[in-house]
Design a protein around this ligand. Structure first.
Ligand code: FEO
Length: 170
């Protein structure tokens, strides 16, 4: 469970609520999709592609506005923190997006065994979700306290406003 963080300086919870809502939506959609129906599979993939574009935009906003500042601050204090440096180093979002886009193209060409693709898709999404939810928890439980330790309340209020504004623009 995340330590208590005053709402006014909490830069992660609002965008993460949206990301978690998207996770719940795709898990529901996955359950209700009939993989022997091309229309269902196409709809699911279109929805997932939009979702992963939103996840990628979220990660880019965090990199640009939160992680970069936090890394710079820690570096200026000669503090090593590999978790902060590596938190978005993997390619899991772009790999998932590529997998979805490939599946979508093949579905459009009727060049895909939908049932088998459905099994692979379900497995890929479950594996992704198993890392994405803890990743967000780490940001809330580890990086938020670090931000609070190294930035002023006013700086964090401004940072939160920027982060939320950027998510609305994305
Ligand atoms: Fe908030 Fe890095 O996902």
């Amino acid at each position: 469970m995340a330590p208590m963080c005053p709402e006014e300086v909490d830069v992660f919870t609002v965008p993460h609520s949206r990301m978690k809502e998207l996770v719940c939506k795709y898990l529901d959609l996955l359950t209700s999709t009939n993989f022997s129906n091309v229309g269902h599979v196409t709809y699911l993939l279109e929805s997932l592609i939009k979702t992963f574009h939103e996840f990628i935009a979220h990660e880019q906003i965090e990199n640009q506005f939160i992680m970069k500042r936090l890394k710079n601050k820690l570096r200026s204090l000669s503090i090593q923190n590999t978790a902060v440096c590596n938190c978005h180093k993997d390619n899991r979002l772009t790999d998932m997006l590529k997998f979805l886009q490939d599946g979508y193209k093949r579905t459009k060409k009727s060049d895909v065994d939908h049932i088998n693709y459905g099994i692979q898709l379900r497995q890929a999404l479950e594996e992704f979700t198993e890392t994405f939810l803890p990743h967000m928890a780490e940001e809330e439980e580890v990086f938020q306290p670090l931000l609070m330790q190294h930035f002023t309340v006013d700086e964090l209020k401004q940072l939160k406003a920027t982060v939320i504004q950027q998510h609305f623009k994305a």
